[in-house]
Design a protein around this ligand. Sequence first.
Ligand code: AMP
Ligand code: ZN
Length: 114
Amino acid sequence: MKDCLFCKIVKKEIPADIVYENENLLVFKDINPQAPVHVLAIPKRHIDSLNHVSTENQVLVGEIFSKIPEVAKKLEIDMTGYRVISNCGEDGLQTVPHLHFHILGKRKLRWPPG
Ligand code: AMP
Ligand code: ZN
């Protein structure tokens, strides 16, 4: 997607602090962290949001989840815990329309979210 911010990060047209990368996925630090550890896990292939997850891309989306334990260990939040969030659409306060999963940790998170 031409004008998509995260597609530009995937293409390395915009710099990002990458913590994990393979041929299908990218995990990078959020530019405006809401916790001491705050990274975004994205598929390299553009998917708009959770509303666009389907049987056609379920393997790719599943791969993101399969890598979370490894990423959590690397970020040293596996033992203390963390939260994974995907904001969807207007009420979910999604601001970047490229599917992403926030991984937040290294502080006691509150519940319910705002
Ligand atoms: P959301 O609001 O759920 O769509 O999440 C988008 C996230 O992307 C926000 O937490 C932003 O801080 C983050 N973000 C926006 N631009 C960048 C960027 N250039 N590099 C890293 N994170 C970004
Ligand atoms: Zn995109």
